[in-house]
Design a protein around this ligand. Sequence first.
Ligand SMILES: Cc1cc2nc3c(=O)[nH]c(=O)nc-3n(C[C@H](O)[C@H](O)[C@H](O)COP(=O)(O)OP(=O)(O)OC[C@H]3O[C@@H](n4cnc5c(N)ncnc54)[C@H](O)[C@@H]3O)c2cc1C
Length: 300
Amino acid sequence: MYAAPFSYHRAASLEEAVTLLRELGEEARVIAGGQSLIPLMKMRMARPGALVDIHLISGLNGIERSNGELRFGALARHAEIEDSRVASTIPILHDCAAGIADIQVRNQGTIGGSLAEADPSGDWGTALMALETSVICFGPGGERTVPLEAFIKDAYTTVLAHDELISGVHVKLPPKGSGGAHLAFKRTAPVYPTASASVELTLEDHHLCRDARIVLGCVGLTAIRAKEAEVALRGKTLDEKSIRTAVDAARAAADPQSDMRGSADYKRVLVGTLVKRAIGIAARRARGESVPAGHEYAGR
Ligand SMILES: Cc1cc2nc3c(=O)[nH]c(=O)nc-3n(C[C@H](O)[C@H](O)[C@H](O)COP(=O)(O)OP(=O)(O)OC[C@H]3O[C@@H](n4cnc5c(N)ncnc54)[C@H](O)[C@@H]3O)c2cc1C
């Protein structure tokens, strides 16, 4: 199906994009990589009267390390992050970027578009919540910085005002002794995962867990921080008992819906398994091992 008619406007700067959004009114939508918005428009589930294209705004696709943070421009593509040496210093970011859909989607889709879409099945919201992440928002009043957990309010809903854009995503570098993993289980590459889990650990003496963040994806209206599961590991020796307690708490924190990807019961079991595996990989990485990880496919 073709999209409903719309007018097209190309912004050359963030300021121009904000002005266009204001002038064109509530019917206007930003378009970046188009990998979520265009399919929705073709299915007529989205009918914006105007599109403000930001993908040629210069300076928005960088990936750099600065002031103890990794800084991504909103237009950094999944494929650019997958290939970035700078981004690979935090392995969870590579796990996430490399597993999203197929190479065509990864070449176009952006980190800013993913967070703005706030799809409950999206990978970036889950992976970035396992780290200390801030979203840089640009609007008529200039820039404001919003912690990721406050940025995503609900499924497909963020704190962005109509005339506000994401200009960047900043991720604090984890302390020494840290390691993380983002695992997602899906049926084929071009579908969203059935469930996902991101774990970031900081270890002392290779076994004592100083800090833990555990985030569940696709099993709620937003990514879920499994805080009881984090408590089960924080300050404890990582052993079979503490990991089992954390996995049980993660399963209890999940709030899945039955749908075409599986029943709620199945997703709850699956997310627990992903958390267990992610803890194991995160711990090995925190100890300095290089461990490949990422999306896993049914039948492999
Ligand atoms: C077949 C297929 C499979 C996919 N599988 C996965 C998957 O497994 N995991 C996953 O995480 N994602 C998946 N995706 C989604 C993909 O990652 C998209 O790239 C991403 O969700 C949106 O990024 P985009 O740049 O394409 O945004 P667009 O489609 O251009 O925009 C999406 C939304 O964000 C808004 N927006 C975009 N950029 C900004 C900005 N800078 N500031 C404010 N608002 C903005 C738009 O107005 C729109 O509402 C899949 C997509 C397809 C087509």
